[in-house]
Design a protein around this ligand. Structure first.
Ligand code: SIN
Length: 285
């Protein structure tokens, strides 16, 4: 069985047209979606999924693998559905103020700061601003393949130190302490081999502060070069959300950033499942 696909950009992404995720999905249709996911750079979009419930969102995601319960991000998980992470500018479930528009505003791959980084994420848009609030995705396989052989040799030996904290927005002292306690720095190889496609991809982002065994001053020029290289527009797809969109991405071969490009006062509420990947990395002592 095939599904109808429409390419979203040259670098990555496809829309799966006409598939209603609230209806039962047979094995053949699921296999076609899984193939499309791997062969279109790891970004798939399903529009007009207003009928999809939270249970349906979780059930669809589970077809791809075991779901994370977001123990690393307890403030953001749904109080009744731990498999759902609330990506929202609304106040937190515990009544604490929301994160405003700043969540995810650094290029990253989900849960790279844990020992079981995410395989994929499935984000469902419930409320979005009338203009903006976009998310950009970069194809990290393409970015790796377009490095020179010399740079490929350099990055092959590097492990990046990933943290869960942000640089743009200063966390309050108690948030910073909680983040450090829950998420100590984790070293991840800068080049990872995709377990399903066998292709190499860069595993780097703006939350990487330095490389294992190197100082920040030594690391920063290489990190800056890699980020400039990977996040060039020609490697990217920019998604303008509509309510009812379900968009999934492969965290092993893409990076993404929430642009925060919208006016204050508009609700932006999305919910995410996170499909667990294979163990990777080590705790830095
Ligand atoms: C995320 O980083 O998982 C969310 C992206 C977004 O808010 O657009």
């Amino acid at each position: 069985m095939s599904v109808t696909l429409r390419k979203l950009s040259h670098a990555l992404g496809a829309e799966v047209v006409g598939t209603d995720l609230s209806q039962p999905l047979g094995n053949a249709a699921f296999a076609a979606i899984h193939d499309a996911f791997l062969s279109h750079g790891g970004v798939l979009l399903f529009r007009n999924q207003q009928a999809l419930t939270r249970e349906g969102h979780i059930a669809f995601s589970r077809r791809f693998g075991e779901l994370d319960r977001h123990d690393n991000l307890p403030r953001d998980r749904h109080p009744e559905y731990p498999e759902l992470l609330m990506v929202t500018n609304a106040p937190k479930p515990d009544g604490k103020p929301g994160d405003g528009k700043y969540t995810g505003q650094l290029w990253h791959s989900d849960l790279s700061f844990t020992l079981v980084p995410a395989m994929a994420s499935v984000l469902r848009a419930i409320a979005v601003p009338p203009v903006g609030g976009d998310t950009m995705f970069a194809n990290m396989t393409l970015a790796y393949e377009q490095l020179s052989d010399g740079m490929k040799r350099i990055v092959a030996g590097l492990d990046g130190i990933h943290t869960g904290t942000r640089k743009i927005v200063d966390l309050s002292a108690d948030r910073a302490e909680e983040s450090r306690r829950l998420n100590p720095p984790i070293a991840q190889p800068v080049v990872r081999v995709h377990p399903e496609t066998g292709r190499k991809a860069l595993y780097i982002g703006e939350k990487v502060k330095c490389f294992a065994g190197m100082t920040e001053a030594e690391s920063q020029p290489i990190i800056d070069f890699l980020c400039r290289h990977c996040f060039r527009p020609q490697f990217c797809y920019r998604h303008a959300w509509q309510p009812g969109d379900v968009l999934m991405w492969d965290n092993r071969s893409t990076c993404h950033v929430a642009l925060g490009d919208y006016e204050d006062g508009f609700a932006r509420h999305l919910e995410r499942t996170t499909i667990m990947g294979t163990p990777s990395g080590y705790v830095l002592n």
